[in-house]
Design a protein around this ligand. Sequence first.
Ligand code: F6P
Length: 494
Amino acid sequence: MTPRSGKSPRLYDFIVVSNRLPVDSIEDGNGKQVWSRSPGGLVAALEPVMQNHDGAWVGWPGRADLEVEPFDSGGMRLVPVSLSASEVEDYYEGFSNATLWPLYHDVIAAPEFRRDWWDVYKNVNIRFAKRTAEVAERGAVVWVQDYQLQLVPKLLRELRPDLTIGFFNHIPFPSYGLFSQLPWRTQIVEGLLGADVVGFQRDADAGNFSQAVRRLKGFATKGHHIAVPLVDPSPGRRAHGASWDDADTRSVVAKKFPISIDSPYYRETAQRQDIQARARQIRADLGNPKTIMLGVDRLDYTKGIRHRLTAFGELLAEGRVTAEDVILVQVASPSRERVKSYMDLRDEVEVMVGRINGESSTLGHHAISYHHHSYPREEMVALYLAADVMLVTALRDGMNLVAKEYVASRFDNDGVLLLSEFAGASDELKRAVLVNPHDIDGMKDAMMAAIEMPQAERASRMRSMRKRVFEDDVEKWSSGFLHTLTARHPEGNA
Ligand code: F6P
């Protein structure tokens, strides 16, 4: 698929739309604007998809008030949507990350419901829909991503009924009991129903969405299909909605498509001699302890970082482990730093790290090696190889791709994954050591079991998890989604 040149704008027959572009505009040390890879699993998953498809990626360039023309980066065509400073505050930090994010993650933090944020969320969604409509070829396939853009499918269908529209929700979709708190719940459901296929990480998420559709719109659902009337019934008729046999409906598919990673990349990188040498160097730099435990997360309250620190701190305090023998390396990459709950979390985590290190480190050995940065992907693979135990203790997580990256990197069939049952990845990686991160005693026992696990058991668990991660990689995710989408509109262009 190629962009049509000639009169501007150029048109594309396959378009990904997400809040963030895969690169963010940042300032280097000399105040010069440079592009840096964006954080998060969404970009990690979609980058290889876009590199294998011609097409364009529509999104925000990561900094307020930055107007840039479409440009190429990493083999991808990027179409920027500019956001003002107040839109960043109200749409991104506000409605997306202080309303929807906590609500969709089981209200681990209290969501704030503000009408002014909602108005800006709507306006920014309109801007994304318009920009996408401007660059979409007739009959194009458009794949909209994540909770920041839930109104875009309906807006886009209104602007461009010729398009085939998919939506994928990277985070959990909450149960109706929680979702119904949202004052704008009906508009969100209507926004999503503008898509032909609405994808989720787990069966439970798709089920929660279908239930919200039944409760709020009264539309009939059968298996993965939702019957959406071509003309929305008036609110008075809504109790009856559309029945399954109505001729004047279109069918929307709502089902799970568990996201994954570029597994071969991780295996091949881990097999490189220089990366293995770097892993040995990391171990040596840490004092060659018996066990390295590793956590790698965006610094987000959903990730259960405090719970894991509590568990490790207690193991040290009780003498079940010592700082000489076991070190916890925690990489906490900066995230949403102007949102209050994230500032509070950073303070709490850093106080905990300081306290545990103060109490349990020795002159030669830190109990916790804490890093508030992100690292290049190759360095992450070296860290994965160096780590004996990987800690993924999310309180709630759509999928958690770090868990899959660790498994894909361990070509040596070694290492233990300790994985929260509240991360979507636990549906697939059943031979991880599964934990309930709220159960601190259970987590301490699980950490000890991971540290002491015999080599044969480590290898058997890792082998079976690797089989799964290599069978269900990101290629399978994207082709599965796009196949379902284009099968519904055989003329679609993806
Ligand atoms: O997967 C959830 C998600 O919010 C993505 O949409 C996003 O790319 C990633 O996490 C990082 O978040 P943010 O863009 O807010 O830094």
